[in-house]
Design a protein around this ligand. Sequence first.
Ligand code: GUN
Ligand code: ZN
Length: 440
Amino acid sequence: MAFTPGTTALRGRLLTFLRAPQGPGDRDSYHHIADGLVVVTAGRITAVGEAADLLPTLPAGMAVDHYPDSLILPGFIDTHIHFPQTQVIASYGAQLMEWLEKYTFIEEQRYADHAHASRNARFFLDELARNGTTSAVVYGSVHPGSVKALFTEAEARGVGLVAGKVMMDRHAPTALTDTAQTSYDHSKALIGAWHGVGRQRYAVTPRFAITSTPEQLEAAGALLREHPGVYMQTHLSENHEEIRQVARLYPEAADYLDVYDRYGLLGDCSLFGHCIHLSEREMARMHETASVAVFCPTSNLFIGSGLFDRAALENPVRPVRLGLATDVGGGTSYSLLRTAGEGYKVLQLRGQSWPALAAFDLMTRGNAAALGLTEEIGQIAPGRYADLVVLDPSATPAMAHRREAIQGDVEEELFLLMTLGDDRAVQATYIQGRRVHDRD
Ligand code: GUN
Ligand code: ZN
């Protein structure tokens, strides 16, 4: 059944970011309206302002969803998540290479079965909605059918995804490998069928350098050259053993990033998961090519990979573009609130901390900017899709109790939400003006 966008209005405390906050207390980086109204026409935001000004302009009888005590933000965007790992999350005791072999490469084989892929696509999208995530950049399994199932379900729900079938032609079980040629053919067919169809976009997805032969990375580069505007996603510099293996497999490359560079995989539509152990040369090259480093804190802690160095990446002399992501199932939560809370702790261990304003900007506008999609998502502003999340800062007794001491300071409230909040704090989620999750 086709999705019907909503025509409606939401009233409550509106918060949207205008640019990256420069630090704590940067009040010019966001717009907060204590009693605001978002007006939605056919799925798009058509007006934003004071409720007192806009309510009289609404057509007679238009429903208004009123959230007097809650914060209405742009829906969260997850820039790195694995759809076939919903039943891998919380697998015990291994670091990256063993975790892949022991758990992930076993589970992903089940996605050869279309019924399994469809059922789990429904679960996956339900879970994103429950956590206030309204767009995501997604790895499928190696099977093109897994991505077809996911795009089909997303489009039926009006959800905009960027997704791709994993390309892997070595160092994985036979049942999970393609070849350079079939990965090219299947990816190309998926691009033709889905890229730019409705809200869906394609990402060419070589899993990482270890599971691709040079011929396959060549094929990935060819796909990008032949289809401008298509994204590229892969993993980079997550784990020390991984980095050593890459150096053995690609001795001619200067470093890990250079492997991808040699095949034309860098650029402003390229997303690199993890980026924990990069050299100065690699960061400078990411800056030069406008490539994006995606911070996946719960995954980095859970798989024991290391501590993301935000300050080094954001060096003002050569800033690298950043994204934030859950990386489920290496990551341990679908919630971007939890993800930001763990990100704060990772950066604390680096002696860096992380202002709540910067974290919430990244979850919304910043991640949209990482995808080049700020004209569509990530802000509450006219013309954008009405993909929204309603957050309850008093969701649990501990949150309500802490909040008593905050007395309405927005920044402190955001920090409370990212430190103590999770799916329980997501009161409602809207896709194109339709409420798709209602906690209460
Ligand atoms: N590196 C290659 N594949 C994966 C994956 O599925 N998860 C994580 N965290 N790292 C990877
Ligand atoms: Zn990943």
